[in-house]
Design a protein around this ligand. Structure first.
Ligand SMILES: *[C@@H]1O[C@H](CO)[C@@H](O)[C@H](O)[C@H]1NC(C)=O
Ligand SMILES: *[C@@H]1O[C@H](CO)[C@@H](O)[C@H](O)[C@H]1NC(C)=O
Ligand SMILES: *[C@@H]1O[C@H](CO)[C@@H](O)[C@H](O)[C@H]1NC(C)=O
Ligand SMILES: *[C@@H]1O[C@H](CO)[C@@H](O)[C@H](O)[C@H]1NC(C)=O
Ligand SMILES: *[C@@H]1O[C@H](CO)[C@@H](O)[C@H](O)[C@H]1NC(C)=O
Length: 231
């Protein structure tokens, strides 16, 4: 008798547990943040609530392949994977309130993104840019994109085929000085070189020797702009 009642009790508990299980969607997180398409609070301005604080953008470039090196027109065409990560302090939620959701992928036009350009690029690349960003519960925003970059490079192939060429890729923000955007390399030279060696799909007649990453300031109209230089 007592055995039967014990098992009934267990069964009830189990049903109760199933019924109270929370169901969440990633849309609930966006609703909680009031992060809607066209909400200017998120799209117009650089995110720190205190405007005197710069936005630190961790930037990384991975070299996938060298598509071409044309001496006559001094053109270097690498295919790169670029990632940029920064913090947006308007974005914050507790994963415990949303069934453990820790990240949400959303269209790029819903949030402010830094305007990053490559100094050496001479032609807008074709192809579709990745239209999405990933946000995390603690406000990290990640932007990832692959690009074919048609860039200028001072080439000197007199000693072909035993020559060494040095090309630069310089990343900077057009509209924001270094008081507003600080670019920080996510990988140092050692790591960037190692990753490029691991990733490089086709080297063709070129062998990658070294990638060095450096941070420099560029002066323009009396303002200092920070640049990241990959060589
Ligand atoms: C959410 O955003 C909408 C439009 O962008 C605005 O009208 C509304 O007041 C906001 N609600 C809250 C709670 O901030
Ligand atoms: C967000 O970025 C900070 C600083 O770089 C890092 O410490 C933290 O682990 C990141 N959060 C997630 C969820 O990746
Ligand atoms: C940023 O710079 C670009 C290129 O110079 C310009 O087209 C754009 O209007 C600027 N954006 C802002 C918000 O000033
Ligand atoms: C470069 O980064 C790697 C891994 O992130 C680290 O182990 C190494 O010590 C760093 N090297 C220098 C010179 O900072
Ligand atoms: C690669 O560049 C780094 C940083 O500029 C330098 O310390 C290292 O000696 C270079 N390695 C080679 C093989 O050129």
């Amino acid at each position: 008798m007592s055995l039967v009642s014990a098992s009934v009790f267990c069964l009830l508990l189990l049903i109760d547990g199933v019924l109270s299980k929370q169901v969440c969607s990633k849309q609930d997180v966006l609703d909680y943040l009031n992060l809607t398409r066209g909400n200017e609070k998120f799209t117009t301005c650089r995110p720190p609530l205190d405007w005197t604080k710069p936005t630190i953008v961790y930037f990384d470039i991975h070299l996938f392949c060298i598509l071409s090196v044309i001496e006559k027109s001094q053109i270097f065409v690498p295919f790169l994977w670029m990632t940029a990560r920064w913090n947006n302090d308007l974005i914050l939620w507790d994963p415990k309130d949303f069934c453990g959701i820790t990240n949400v992928v959303l269209p790029k036009e819903m949030l402010w993104v830094p305007d990053l350009f490559i100094l050496e690029a001479i032609e807008k690349e074709e192809g579709l840019p990745n239209p999405y960003l990933t946000i995390t519960y603690d406000g990290n925003v990640t932007m990832e994109d692959d690009h074919k970059i048609i860039s200028t490079c001072a080439l000197n192939v007199h000693k072909f085929p035993f020559d060494t060429q040095t090309c630069h890729i310089t990343v900077f923000s057009v509209n924001h000085s270094d008081k507003e955007i600080k670019l920080v390399p996510a990988s140092n030279s050692t790591k960037a070189t190692q990753m490029a060696r691991d990733l490089l799909l086709t080297q063709g007649e070129w062998e990658l020797l070294n990638i060095s990453v450096s941070n420099q300031n560029m002066l323009y109209e009396g303002q200092s702009f920070q640049t990241l230089k990959y060589t």
